[in-house]
Design a protein around this ligand. Structure first.
Ligand code: ZN
Length: 138
């Protein structure tokens, strides 16, 4: 699923749910969204239909759009370094981060071919939910 969907969902859950229950809900939302048939920046990477460079560029664009959307949905008081730093404590920001966490944990394997042993079961669990479909455009 696109980062923009995971981040927005995590931000909404974090801002509408009390903290202790928000964490498992946000993580569950990530796996639920990944279970929906989708095409994303990483689709085609494991089959060799997409290069790591292309997937990384598309992934970064997706992440930037996700950050812009969350900041648009939950704007800081002003666009100053102090305000943006203070905004990092906003539930929407950590909710968005948590909503993306399974993909962040998988990224060293996808882009660096590095997967520590402790991450393998987490990434395997994550992959068991993925339902990617080929692109209909290219
Ligand atoms: Zn995922």
């Amino acid at each position: 699923m696109l980062s923009i969907a995971h981040a927005a969902t995590g931000a909404v859950i974090a801002t509408h749910t009390s903290s202790p229950i928000a964490i498992p809900l946000i993580l569950a939302s990530h796996y639920a969204l990944d279970a929906i048939a989708h095409h994303d920046a990483g689709t085609g990477l494991s089959s060799g239909k997409k290069t790591r460079k292309t997937a990384l560029i598309l992934g970064m664009i997706d992440l930037i759009l996700a950050a812009i959307l969350v900041l648009f949905m939950y704007p800081p008081e002003s666009i100053t370094l102090t305000s943006l730093t203070y905004h990092l404590g906003h539930p929407a920001v950590w909710g968005a981060f948590l909503g993306l966490l399974p993909d962040f944990l998988e990224s060293p394997r996808n882009f660096l071919k590095y997967e520590p042993a402790w991450l393998k079961p987490i990434n395997s669990f994550h992959n068991s939910f993925h339902h990617s479909i080929p692109s209909v455009v290219a």
